[in-house]
Write a protein that binds this ligand. Structure first.
Ligand SMILES: NC(=O)c1ccc[n+]([C@@H]2O[C@H](COP(=O)([O-])OP(=O)(O)OC[C@H]3O[C@@H](n4cnc5c(N)ncnc54)[C@H](OP(=O)(O)O)[C@@H]3O)[C@@H](O)[C@H]2O)c1
Length: 295
């Protein structure tokens, strides 16, 4: 039995779908108010709980061989990096260990080891990684770059308007990963010999400049992109203003700023190592978008 946390998230849904396509038993950890009927219809067990409650984590881990930790303090979470990405993950690791789980797969983030001081999610993920490594559990840590699925709503908006908003340096490099490939890597980590107790940076096969993304959209929809390119200073201004009355939101915006201000890509050597360890070719951003957008 697999336990998937964050099962209603962009990545978690894909992990559960793919496990069920392989007819593997899976328990989806979901909140009562989340949209989980699709997962249930696909034959996943549904465990209703909250990651901030230790008792829920303890119960969810009973009878589980593999944990895939894919939750996060994204837009919908009521918690922040400290409670969700750090505390809940540490507790999940402890409960997995107590329940005798055989392998723990942790979804971290690319660049987590660069010591960004102003990015709460990065700090939380790095501390959770260290905790997992010291836990004695078999583990695989996947450090992905940005997900291709994040771009689907932007592509739909571009299809309607032709407009693409790019904040910061258009020449900054990224290697966006197919969210479906990442789901596959997470599942196959538990059965791939070369993945045990390893950390993998995970990016797509191409190193793109951020300005390449509207060009890809333009090709997909046969439309000349109209680029709006506010400087990073605009985010700093908004952040300072928000900080006056909401210090917590100011802190979360630090992660966003870090993502916008830095490059997140995997090297060709890292990609080749990933492909040879897991024995499949990673999908390009353009191929991912074409598949989902039907163009
Ligand atoms: N998106 C990216 O580009 C990216 C890049 C690198 C790494 N990552 C990491 O990859 C992982 C998956 O990302 P994602 O974009 O798929 O996440 P997401 O769509 O934001 O989903 C987050 C998931 O966590 C669940 N969750 C949050 N708080 C919870 C709580 N208290 N109790 C139970 N569940 C809770 C959410 O449940 P609800 O549906 O109930 O809100 C949701 O299922 C995260 O760890 C993220 O940090 C993401």
């Amino acid at each position: 039995m697999f336990l998937v946390t964050g099962a209603t998230g962009d990545l978690g849904r894909r992990i559960v779908r793919s496990l069920r396509e392989r007819e593997m038993p899976v328990r989806s950890f979901v909140r009562l108010n989340a949209r989980y009927s699709e997962l249930e219809n696909r034959g996943s067990d549904i465990f209703i709980g909250d990651l901030q409650r230790e008792r829920d984590l303890q119960k969810a881990c009973q009878g589980v061989q593999y944990v895939i930790s894919a939750h996060g303090s994204g837009e919908t979470s009521n918690g922040d990096a400290e409670t969700i990405d750090y505390q809940a993950t540490i507790e999940l690791i402890e409960q997995a260990k107590a329940a005798g789980v055989q392998h723990f797969v942790f979804i971290s983030v690319l660049g987590v080891d660069r010591g960004y001081e102003d990015a709460p999610v990065f700090k939380a993920k790095r501390e959770a990684e260290k905790h997992l490594q010291a836990s004695g559990l078999n583990y695989t840590i996947l450090r992905p770059s940005g997900f291709a699925s994040n771009l689907l709503p932007l592509a739909e908006q571009f299809r309607r308007t032709g407009v693409y908003v790019l904040i910061g340096d258009p020449l900054s490099r990224t290697s966006i990963v197919s969210t479906d490939d990442l789901a596959r890597l997470a599942i196959e980590s538990v059965s791939t010999e070369g993945a045990r107790n390893q950390i993998f940076p995970v990016g797509g096969p191409d190193i793109l400049k951020r300005e390449d993304i509207p060009q890809i959209f333009g090709r997909l929809f046969n439309r000349e992109p109209f680029l709006l390119n506010p400087p990073l200073l605009a985010v700093d201004g908004v952040r300072s203003a928000i900080g006056l009355f909401n210090p917590k939101l100011r802190s979360s915006l630090g992660t966003l700023r870090t993502l916008l201000a830095n490059e997140f890509f995997t090297t060709p050597a890292e990609t080749a190592h990933l492909e040879s360890t897991f024995n499949f070719k990673l999908e390009s951003l353009e191929a991912f978008l074409r598949r989902y957008l039907g163009v």
